[in-house]
Design a protein around this ligand. Structure first.
Ligand code: ADP
Length: 242
């Protein structure tokens, strides 16, 4: 797909500070459960460079989803800052955070969350229309992305007519439809059998590498995680390399 390099806004791979897609600085998040305060993130520092893939492996309850929600500006940190594409987002209004999220972040969840009444192609077109793209351009991009993910023969199918692996590949296409800088995935293959999981994971990695976007993927699957550029974990609320 010749348009693939345009999926990400900047496809250079490098370790320079200017090439940071996302940075977390001293991020803290705590939850109140009754009388108890749960300190889930205790000052996370993390740099995600453009073009790199990072696996986040940690046990259930360690705070992976919390970290991804904060990185994706779906929640606010109690302390610290998240910088996306050079924009410090900690103090931004909700409206600006929504704009940054729409421009720069793509999400893939464990469950596909596709719109059931729409086709695979429409599920990829709709977020682009919401972001202001012209309908014919959005349709062309959807067809290209789905073709790249080997779903060219499924574009008119509704989610219920697709297998679990196909649904997740549509969800991946939807997540990158608006040319994000950062793809955040929370157990994207956690609901699939091992063979399908490998296939979907490989498709996700190939797309990320081809397009030069950056990805952080929470997974329990160590084998899949090892294929990524770096692996990190959460220990005592801190992010560390493993
Ligand atoms: P993981 O994704 O690693 O399984 P989570 O980020 O979902 O972990 O959750 C980390 C901890 O924070 C868990 O103990 C969970 O119960 C708690 N938690 C998550 N969200 C909330 C919330 N909204 N209110 C209270 N506790 C929460």
């Amino acid at each position: 797909m010749n348009e693939l390099s345009q999926i990400a806004k900047n496809n250079s791979v490098s370790g320079n500070a200017e090439n940071l897609a996302m940075q977390m600085i001293g991020v803290k998040r705590r939850y109140q459960q009754g009388e108890e305060t749960l300190d889930i993130l205790n000052g996370v520092d993390f740099k995600l460079y453009r073009g790199e893939t990072v696996a986040l492996i940690a046990p259930s309850g360690a705070g992976k989803s919390t970290l991804l929600h904060l990185a994706g500006l779906l929640e606010r940190a109690d302390e610290g800052d998240i910088i996306i594409d050079g924009t410090s987002c900690g103090e931004l209004s909700d409206e600006r955070r929504t704009e940054v999220r729409g421009d720069s972040i793509g999400f893939v969840y464990q469950f596909h969350h596709l719109l059931p009444e729409f086709t695979a192609a429409e599920n990829v077109v709709i977020p682009q229309l919401i972001n202001g793209l012209d309908k014919s351009e959005a349709e062309q991009r959807a067809v290209e992305l789905l073709g790249y993910l080997k779903l060219g023969h499924r574009i008119t199918h509704r989610p219920s007519e697709l297998s679990g692996g196909e649904q997740q590949r549509v969800a991946i296409a939807r997540a990158v439809a608006n040319a994000p800088s950062v793809l955040l995935a929370d157990e994207p293959t956690g609901n699939l059998d091992p063979e399908t999981a490998s296939y979907v994971f490989e498709a996700l990695e190939a797309l990320v590498k081809q397009s030069g976007l950056s990805a952080m993927v929470a997974t329990h699957n160590h084998e899949l995680a090892r294929s990524m550029d770096r692996c990190v974990t959460l220990r005592d609320g801190l992010l560390i390399e493993i």
